[in-house]
Ligand binder design. Sequence first.
Ligand code: FES
Ligand code: FES
Length: 167
Amino acid sequence: MTFPLRLTLNGQAREIVLDDPRVTLLDLLRERLGLTGAKKGCDRGQCGACTVLVDGRRINSCLTLAASLDGAEILTIEGLADGDRLHPVQAAFIAHDGFQCGFCTPGQIMSAVGLIREGQAGTDPERIREGMSGNLCRCGAYAGILEAVREASHDAADRTEQREDAA
Ligand code: FES
Ligand code: FES
């Protein structure tokens, strides 16, 4: 039995045929579609290394059945940069040393992008920490991660203000 699935993946329409209704989004991305940015840390929703955006919201792709996503829009770390131009959150992680080994970094960055889009945390350190608390870093690069998210959040707010002033 097969299951057809239509997705918009990193801006591109994709038609995929699943041969197993139990495959997770993480396994679909990594093993079928060659998108290995999202990492399999725990495979049980505890580390955040597999975070991607589905319809703009952060999810743990290891806990999400691909078959449940027909028609969804998925953004992974591979779709974040604009050609050679890094996304502001990616650039901020580099500027603030928001990583060491890099294993958790794609999930951290996608989570930060989602958090900033949610507009809940602003630049408040405690709220950012809470908003990013689902993403663990075994290297303990939390200080750099916090600064990166604060800067990116601040810059995103600035850009919004500029757009509103120009309107
Ligand atoms: S691999 Fe999904 S939360 Fe750890
Ligand atoms: S940078 Fe190594 S786990 Fe986070």
